[in-house]
Design a protein around this ligand. Structure first.
Ligand code: NAD
Length: 258
């Protein structure tokens, strides 16, 4: 079996847990060399030690931090083939309760951080004449939303705009830019903080009748990072078990069969 990322150098930002950690594991399985970046110094270092890869404490909203993470990948592996900007925060907050500072904090991580990731990866990838820049967007914002997700929705819709603009600007340098839009993913955090009843309610809204796993999202990242996606740029892949499809709540053809 060919390992699809054999010898590729990759940096994943926001990978101490959840989707980012699963992406690192998936990329390692396919032969990539990884650097793990996250702003949680202790959790990030623990995950990196568990996976046997280098860790760098990185706040994605700070250009100098992300440049240092890129520099670490280049120092270790001599290049940077794949940058995944997955760091994101999703506090539940109605717009009328959201202060300007709250807004800036969410946009600062999710959207400003995504711009910074592109800005920091560009010089190295441009020099190489190749590279993949990948983002974790969401179905929330670009397609749907719910109360309490104003800043989050704006940030993820903004990421999709950035993906298209960067794809166009970087195409001439041999760099592609794409994203993944997860639906509801069963991460450790959701398992810890949500009741089984709440999770069951979420499952009922999903045609494939389960939440996604972090690995489901990692598999989409793997495809976008691999040679198979060489001709794909400026787009996103929805990974949501069909959640965006129904016109209304009553969508099961066999309501008793889940
Ligand atoms: N879980 C879902 O259902 C879901 C759905 C759609 C999109 N997403 C997106 O997936 C991404 C990963 O989320 P997750 O669900 O795995 O949650 P998570 O909280 O487990 O992972 C997010 C990681 O980003 C890190 N992070 C947060 N702010 C950071 C910063 N400023 N700098 C560096 N690292 C930072 C966190 O420490 C954490 O390790 C996020 O962008 C989130 O918006 C998640």
């Amino acid at each position: 079996m060919t390992r699809r990322l054999e010898g590729k150098a990759a940096l994943v930002i926001g990978a101490a847990s959840g989707i980012g950690k699963a992406t690192i594991i998936r990329f390692l399985e396919e032969g990539a060399n990884l650097v793990l970046a996250d702003w949680q110094a202790e959790a990030g270092a623990t995950t990196a030690a568990e996976l046997g890869i280098p860790f760098i404490a990185t706040d994605v909203s700070k250009l100098a931090d992300v440049e240092a993470a890129v520099a670490l990948a280049v120092a270790r592996f001599g290049r940077l083939d794949i940058m995944v900007q997955n760091a994101g925060i999703y506090p539940w907050q109605l717009i009328e309760q959201t202060s300007v500072e709250d807004w800036d904090r969410v946009l600062g991580t999710n959207l400003r951080g995504s711009f910074i990731a592109a800005r920091a990866a560009l010089p190295v990838m441009k020099k190489q004449g190749s590279g993949r820049i990948l983002y974790t967007s969401s179905i929330t914002g670009p397609h749907v939303t719910s109360p309490g997700h104003g800043h989050y929705s704006a940030s993820k819709a903004g990421i999709n705009g950035l993906i298209r603009a960067a794809a166009l600007e970087f195409a001439g340098y041999g760099i592609t830019v794409n994203g993944v839009e997860p639906g509801n993913i069963l991460t450790e955090a959701i398992q810890q903080h949500r009741s089984p009843e709440f999770i069951k309610g979420m499952e009922d809204a999903i045609p494939l009748a389960r939440l996604g796993s972090p690995r489901d999202v990692a598999n989409a990242f793997l495809f976008l990072a691999s040679d198979d996606a060489a001709y794909i740029t400026g787009t996103t892949i929805v990974v949501d078990g069909g959640q965006l499809l129904p016109e209304g709540a009553d969508f099961r053809i066999m309501p008793d069969r889940r």
